[in-house]
Write a protein that binds this ligand. Structure first.
Ligand SMILES: Nc1ncnc2c1ncn2[C@@H]1O[C@H](COP(=O)(O)OP(=O)(O)OP(=O)(O)O)[C@@H](O)[C@H]1O
Ligand SMILES: Nc1ccn([C@H]2C[C@H](O)[C@@H](COP(=O)(O)O)O2)c(=O)n1
Length: 247
C-alpha cells in the first residue's frame, strides 16, 4: 500500500514519524532536537539523559567501579524520563535527578556506563520501546541512526568542528571551567564513547548537517529541510517501487 502525502512531500499529521539524530558532544543535538520535536508536535527522547541517570544511580549506590554490579543496578533501576519537549524531568525511584545529571561530576563518569556493552543493550531495548510507544518522536544520542532506530523515517548526523563545540560548551558553562576540563568534557568524552559507537561519520543513508557556521535557528531550519528531503525520498521510493526489494 502506498502512503498518502501532502503536496510538499511531508507525511500528513496522522502518520507515524520517527526522527533519529546522532552527533558528538556539543554539536547541538539536545537543543536542536528538542526544538524540532516542538515544531513537529512530536515527543522528544534524550537518550544521553538515560546514560546520565544510570551513572547517577550507580554512583549513588557506590557500584560504579564494578561492571557487573552496574548491569544489575540498571536491571533494577526504576527510571522515569519525560518525553515532553517542553518539560525536562528525570526521576529514579523517588529522587528527582533532572538537575543532578547535568553536573560536571556526572559528565566526568558517564562514559564508564556508556562503554559497558551490557548496559547499552539494556538501554537500547528501553529506547526502542519508547520510540515504538509514540506516533511521532525525535530521538537523539550517539547510536540512534545506526543501532536504536536504523529504520527511522529520517536519520541525521549533526556535527560541528571541535573548536565550535568547545566554544559552545564554554559559553554554556559561563566561562567557569578551565580549558583542560573543557577539552575533557568535549573531546575527551567523545574519544571514550567512540570506542563503542561511531557518531563522527554518517553511516549509509544518514544525512549530514554541519552546524559549525550556523546559529541555533539556522541549524533547526537545516535539520527540518533534511527531514523533509528524506521523507520525500522515501515517499518517491515507495511510490515507484511499492513492493520494496521483494522479488
Ligand atoms: N548551531 C549552534 N550555534 C551556536 N550554539 C549552539 C548551536 N547549537 C547548539 N548550541 C549551543 O551549544 C550548547 C550545547 O548544545 P547541546 O547541549 O544541545 O549539545 P549536545 O550535542 O546535546 O551536547 P551533549 O551531547 O554533550 O549533551 C548549548 O548551549 C546550545 O544552546
Ligand atoms: N545514545 C547514546 C546517548 C548518549 N551516550 C553517552 C555519551 C555521553 O558520554 C553520555 C551522555 O550523553 P549527552 O547527555 O552528553 O548527550 O551518554 C551514548 O553512548 N549513547
Amino acid at each position: 500500500m502506498t502512503e498518502t502525502t501532502t503536496p510538499t512531500g511531508l507525511q500528513p499529521p496522522s502518520q507515524r514519524l520517527v526522527v533519529a539524530v546522532d552527533g558528538p558532544s556539543g554539536s547541538g543535538k539536545s537543543s536542536v532536537s528538542r526544538a524540532i520535536a516542538r515544531r513537529l508536535g512530536a515527543a522528544y527522547l534524550d537518550t544521553g539523559a538515560m546514560y546520565r541517570a544510570v551513572a547517577w544511580h550507580c554512583r549513588h549506590q557506590g557500584v560504579l567501579d564494578d561492571p557487573d554490579a552496574v548491569v544489575a543496578a540498571v536491571q533494577d533501576m526504576d527510571l522515569v524520563l519525560s518525553v515532553d519537549p517542553d518539560h525536562e524531568r528525570v526521576v529514579v525511584g523517588t529522587d528527582d535527578i533532572t538537575e543532578a545529571i547535568r553536573e560536571p561530576g556526572i559528565s566526568a563518569v558517564v562514559s564508564v556506563v556508556a562503554t559497558n556493552r551490557a548496559v547499552r543493550e539494556l538501554l537500547v531495548a528501553r529506547q526502542r520501546a519508547e520510540i515504538d510507544a509514540h506516533r511521532k518522536i525525535v530521538a537523539e544520542g550517539r547510536d540512534i541512526t545506526t543501532v536504536v532506530a536504523p529504520d527511522a523515517d529520517a536519520r541525521i548526523l549533526l556535527t560541528a568542528s571541535a573548536e565550535a563545540r568547545t566554544a559552545r560548551r564554554a559559553a554554556q558553562l559561563g566561562g567557569a571551567v578551565e580549558a583542560k576540563d573543557l577539552a575533557e568534557q568535549v573531546s575527551g568524552r567523545d574519544a571514550k564513547d567512540s570506542t563503542v559507537v561511531d557518531f563522527m561519520t554518517p553511516s549509509d543513508g544518514v544525512g549530514l548537517v554541519d552546524s559549525t557556521e550556523l546559529d541555533v535557528e539556522a541549524t533547526i531550519e537545516a535539520m527540518l529541510a533534511e527531514i523533509t528531503r528524506q521523507q520525500s525520498n522515501r515517499t518517491t521510493k515507495q511510490t515507484t517501487n511499492p513492493e520494496g526489494d521483494r522479488a
